[in-house]
Design a protein around this ligand. Structure first.
Ligand SMILES: [Zn+2]
Length: 153
């Protein structure tokens, strides 16, 4: 029994976006530029947000002077705690993006002959209009881990 692709709104949005990226960037060169631009945009935006947060929510002093016994330590507001958590998460994301960039640089050094680029365009034309493309379904499963629902029909 062939597996039906999930048709939930998230998956459908993914299918459309996946196909659009192939249709509009059907060569190796274009895929390289696209991925590089996306990575850099992600880094720029996440990095700037982190900077902004760091300005408004300075790190708690790691070595506070011992509080006088009478003074109660001021409780951290829950929303501040959530922001601190988010800042830590963003720092991790930025570190991962930095690592990805180092790996991508190698991928992006590659240049192929026009013959091969032509093959890319050919295959892209075959892939993008196919709503049941196997590679796409595989990618989709990686991004969207909920089990496939039975077809509504
Ligand atoms: Zn789905």
């Amino acid at each position: 029994m062939p597996e039906e692709p999930c048709q939930c709104p998230d998956c459908q949005r993914f299918y459309r976006e996946h196909d659009r990226l192939i249709r509009e960037n059907p060569s190796l060169r274009q895929q390289q530029e696209l991925s590089w631009a996306a990575l850099q945009a992600f880094r720029t935006l996440a990095g700037r947000v982190l900077e902004e947060l760091q300005k408004h929510y300075p790190e708690p002093d790691p070595t506070p002077a011992p509080a006088p016994a009478a003074a109660e330590a001021e409780p951290v507001a829950p929303e501040t705690e959530a922001i601190q958590q988010a800042m830590g998460d963003l720092e991790n994301i930025n570190a991962h993006l930095f690592s990805i960039e180092a790996l991508m640089e190698r991928i992006f050094d590659v240049r192929v002959p026009e013959e091969v680029e032509q093959k890319f365009r050919e295959v892209a034309g075959e892939l993008a209009p196919d709503p049941l493309n196997a590679d796409r379904l595989r990618l989709n499963r990686l991004l969207h881990q909920t089990p496939d629902l039975p077809d509504r029909g």
